[in-house]
Design a protein around this ligand. Structure first.
Ligand code: ADP
Length: 597
């Protein structure tokens, strides 16, 4: 509001200034000249009409008394001058460029005025020396009358009037002075004075015209300024109204959000007293809104956390920044709640906190779930994996015959037991890996490795697994000497997964080909099989968790649907990428790339 009122004030001040400068300051001299020319031509027809009418009356009066040829000649002059002036007026009115050359038009008008004045001067000089007094009085009256009539007609430019009057009075004065009569000589002396006074009056009128013009000009500017100002004000008003409506709408929306939000929203004053609560806050603490409003927020905080709460409140009050954190609250029934709060101060322009909005969420259940999950993971890892590893170890001892021969039917069973225990252990390991990944605890131990060697090692390690499916691993093209920076154990894990998948899905007696090649700044490892390929519909989900194309086949072949998801994450953690493509002639090529070191 302050801001806009200063803007209005400034606009008004500008208008006042432009008025003052319009009246007292300098105006564009060409614009003044153009206006003056317009004014002069505007009343020119009056001069033409008067010249014609008075000329006709004078001709009529002189007709009987004077030499007719001379009177006719003079009348011809009157007609010529009025016609030429009318022509000039017509030319001015129909000119194309209204702005162009006002000086030229003024000059033409000066010539026309001089001609008209000289015409009256001619009449005075030729017809005045007469025998009858009446005629002389008539002529003198005519001349003075016509001179005086020139004042208003040429008021906008005193030099033109001066020209006109000089044309009319000079010959007449000369005739009076040389007439030889004392009275006329005295009158001849008076006429220049009379002329000077008339020119002075014309000069004053020109000044008046000028200031009138300036006033009109200033007024025009002021009107323009005001209309601009008005438009601006109107626009601002419309904008303000729109803004108000928007603020109201978003206020309503916000209120609705707060009321319906599943999280507790409390509005506090700058001291921490509750001023407003939403329904979720009532539910969370077990109090009705009315019971909460007016009380200090700290009564909802467990006493042993009061100091911490005070410290946080102080920080918010000082920094004006919002703060997030977990606090132990108490419900009406005395039960403890672990709540996650986001506290945001609302600060006005002057930097004062006008309110504080606290948004809270009960995370007691979530923390409990996290605890249970942790417990489960540790159960998996210790209570299941450890005994399982020792079961597998024992079964391996039995199956390899180290502890002595066992009857073939028992051996059959112990082989199945070992295989299934291994599957169980794989599943547990995968689950633990996934859990680690999700909690961000999966770390890498990177070292510079000869990729060719690691791949060959993985092939040896998985040879026995391949043989189970009657599948051979063959190195198609190695890459000796190429090095990558990676975690050895994790790289073997990725390879094991790709090799075991290829073996599982290859037809019996088939070969899985491994190819290494450089691809720009990366090393690409490709594992190619002749299996059934990846169905189109499954391709987008293949790297997801628990993703399996066909659960019956998988059940036969073993697997959890976690392997590729783990591979993808591991390869990414080693700054590489993983993918697959259909192999020409059937089968799939799974590949991963790691940056060369
Ligand atoms: P699993 O432990 O089940 O093998 P993976 O994540 O490694 O889990 O594989 C997910 C699914 O992707 C498999 O169940 C299978 O349907 C498909 N798959 C993986 N590798 C191949 C392959 N080489 N050929 C055909 N299908 C494959």
């Amino acid at each position: 509001m302050n801001h806009s009122s200063t803007a209005e004030g400034a606009a008004l001040a500008v208008s006042e200034k432009s008025l003052a400068s319009g009246i007292t300051g300098r105006t564009d001299p060409r614009a003044v000249l153009a206006a003056r020319v317009e004014q002069l031509y505007g009343q020119m027809w009056l001069g033409i009409l008067t010249t014609f009418a008075i000329g006709a009356i004078a001709t009529f009066e002189l007709w009987e008394l004077r030499l007719r040829e001379l009177v006719l000649f003079w009348w011809g002059l009157v007609l010529l001058i009025t016609a030429a002036s009318a022509g000039l007026l017509y030319a001015y009115r129909s000119r194309r460029d209204k702005e162009a050359d006002p000086e030229q038009w003024l000059r033409w008008l000066g010539i026309a005025a001089l001609a008209a004045g000289a015409n009256w001067g001619f009449a005075g000089a030729v017809f005045f020396p007469s025998h009858t007094d009446e005629q002389q009085v008539f002529l003198a009256f005519l001349l003075t009358g016509m001179t005086a009539a020139g004042i208003p007609v040429y008021a906008a430019s005193w030099p033109i009037f001066a020209l006109y009057a000089a044309g009319a009075l000079a010959p007449f004065t000369y005739v009076l002075a040389t007439f030889g009569n004392r009275l006329f000589t005295e009158i001849a002396l008076l006429v220049p004075m009379f002329y000077a006074i008339n020119v002075a009056i014309a000069y004053r009128l020109t000044q008046v015209f000028h200031s009138g013009y300036r006033l009109r000009h200033a007024y025009g500017r002021l009107t323009r300024d005001y209309s601009v100002l008005n438009q601006r004000l109107e626009r601002q008003l419309v904008e303000l109204d729109e803004a108000r409506r928007q603020v109201e709408a978003s206020g309503r929306k916000l209120q609705l959000f707060a009321e319906r939000a599943p999280i507790a929203v409390l509005e506090l004053d700058a001291n921490g007293a509750i001023t407003e609560v939403n329904h979720a806050a009532e539910l969370l603490f077990g109090y009705a809104g009315g019971e909460l409003i007016g009380r200090h927020f700290s009564f909802l905080v467990r006493p042993e956390h009061h100091d911490e709460f005070k410290a946080r409140w102080k920080r918010i009050a000082e920094s004006h920044a919002s703060e997030a954190g977990v606090i132990r609250n108490t419900r009406r029934d005395g039960i403890d709640l672990l709540c996650e709060w986001t506290v945001t101060p609302l600060v006005n322009r002057e930097g004062t906190i006008i309110a504080v909005v606290a948004q809270g969420r009960d995370i007691t259940a979530q923390r409990e779930a996290e605890r249970i999950k942790k417990e489960f993971t540790s159960t998996l890892s210790h209570e299941l994996r450890t005994p399982l590893t020792s079961i597998i170890g024992s079964l391996q001892l039995v199956n390899t015959g180290i502890v002595g021969d066992v009857p073939p039917d028992v051996s059959e069973l112990t082989v199945v037991a070992e295989r299934n225990s291994q599957r169980l252990l794989d599943l547990i390991n995968d689950l633990l890996d996934i859990e680690k990944m999700e909690s961000g605890k999966l770390t890498m131990a990177p070292e510079v490795l000869a990729i060719d060697e690691v791949v060959r090692e993985a092939m040896v390690l998985n040879k026995a697994f391949g043989e189970r499916f009657k599948v051979n691993f063959e190195m198609q093209s190695g890459l000796p000497g190429s090095e990558v920076t990676a975690d050895r154990k994790r790289l073997l894990q990725v390879m094991t997964n790709l090799l075991s998948n290829a073996a599982k899905f290859s037809p019996e007696g088939g070969a899985v080909e491994i190819a290494l090649r450089e691809n720009g700044s990366n090393v690409r490892v490709a594992v190619q099989d002749r299996g059934p390929g990846i169905p189109e519909s499954f391709r987008s989900r293949i790297f997801g968790r628990f993703a399996q194309a066909d659960s019956t086949a998988t059940r036969q072949k073993g697997g959890t649907g976690l392997g590729l998801a783990i591979c993808k994450r591991l390869v990414e953690l080693m700054h590489g990428k993983i993918g697959f493509e259909a192999r020409a002639g059937g089968g799939t090529t799974f590949w991963f790339e790691l940056p060369r070191s």
